[in-house]
Design a protein around this ligand. Structure first.
Ligand code: NAP
Length: 332
């Protein structure tokens, strides 16, 4: 086991777009676990759009500060444990950051089952799968025959949302950047249609692909796409507010969605924000359904795995630019 610990440090908080200059790679000594703590070796780092949002200020977690090891969820293996609940070789999930090794109190780590492929613990059975499952089913409450629209549809959360909506008997339209991603959503994942927000005139594309209007909008992006979908909502529609990634990377927007309060009233819409951890007590129920759908071939899992801790900054910058298809992670 190497004595050194490579760490990606957030060197400066970006004011505009995130770039490689905001990170630096340092090498320190491998840490030792204290009483009640565990030493883990990172195996896969989860890349999430929210990593960038944490640099903007406090969210459901405190804001990141310059000079700290870049925060992020990871799948790790226990090396040494000073807590009886975990033993060497156990797989755990936790916010252990972008580094080879980390120490943490055992209570801040979640023990995971061994499975193949192990990466499914970060994608369909991890935050992405549980977010898609609870966000759609609990906040969107889709009914068979309704039309569901999801943004960032070819990403890790969005690609699962659309497929779960199909399993529930809905018509599904995915919004993604570029024709190729749209073709993949329809041909490979079974979406009914795709709209390319980069091609312009999203309103007309939605009219064509969701002619009866939108019953459920699963919002991953906020901003102009949110506003366009809002106008296309049917009365009594539901909007699951999952994230606003169009606002994460860059200067604050010059204008926000217009017409929001009035439309919510006249259409009697339910908008519900959620954080996946709100549903922690129902995790087993979700995992059982997700496992069944994967085993039956109804839910396809797309993973986008890059190699090397040193490539983690580029992996996040690329995710924000739309490079990924499905769940992006870095193998360490
Ligand atoms: P992701 O969807 O795998 O990747 C991000 C995708 O967003 C990119 O591939 C890109 O695809 C698209 N995108 C980038 N900029 C965009 C823009 N300005 N407008 C529209 N689309 C844009 O990322 P993720 O980590 O899974 O995150 C998806 C959303 O879920 C985020 O908003 C995140 O904060 C949220 N989330 C929420 C929870 C929760 O508990 N509420 C948990 C996890 C994630 P294109 O090529 O299509 O542009």
């Amino acid at each position: 086991m190497p004595d050194a610990n490579r760490q990606i440090v957030l060197d400066q908080i970006p004011q505009g777009k995130l770039g490689p200059e905001h990170f630096k790679l340092v090498e320190t000594a491998r840490p030792e676990a204290a009483e009640g703590e565990v030493l883990v070796r990172t195996r896969y780092i989860s890349l999430d759009a929210a990593n960038r949002a944490w640099m903007q200020g406090a969210t459901y977690r405190s804001a990141l500060t310059s000079g700290q090891v870049m925060a992020g969820g990871a799948l790790s293996e226990v090396v040494t444990s000073h807590d009886p609940s975990l033993k060497p070789g156990d797989l755990v999930w936790g916010d252990t950051g972008w580094q080879d090794y980390a120490t943490a109190p055992a209570k801040r780590l979640t023990k995971l089952p061994a499975m193949e492929p192990v990466t499914h613990l970060l994608s369909v059975y991890g935050v992405a799968g549980l977010t898609a499952y609870f966000g759609l089913l609990e906040c969107g409450k889709p009914k068979a025959g309704e039309t569901v629209v999801v943004s960032a549809a070819a990403g890790s959360v969005g690609s699962l949302v659309g497929q779960i909506a199909k399993i529930k008997g809905c018509r599904v339209v995915g919004i993604a950047g570029g024709e190729e991603k749209g073709r993949w959503l329809v041909d490979e994942l079974g979406f009914d249609a795709a709209a390319d927000y980069k091609a312009g005139n999203l309103r007309a594309q939605l009219k064509e692909n969701a002619p009866g209007g939108i019953d459920v909008y699963f919002d991953n992006v906020g901003g102009d796409i949110f506003e366009t979908c809002l106008f296309a909502m049917n009365n009594f529609g539901r909007i699951a507010c999952c994230g606003a990634l169009s606002q994460y990377d860059g200067a604050p927007p010059a204008h926000g969605p217009r017409g929001v309060p009035g439309l919510i009233v006249t259409k009697r819409l339910t908008l519900r924000g959620f954080v996946m951890y709100d549903f922690d007590d129902r995790r087993d129920e979700a995992l059982k359904d997700l496992q069944t759908w994967v085993a039956e071939g109804k839910l396809k899992v797309q993973e986008d795995i890059l190699d090397g801790l040193e490539n983690t900054p580029a992996a996040l910058i690329g995710l924000l630019a739309g490079e990924n298809r499905g769940k992006r992670m870095v193998k360490v």
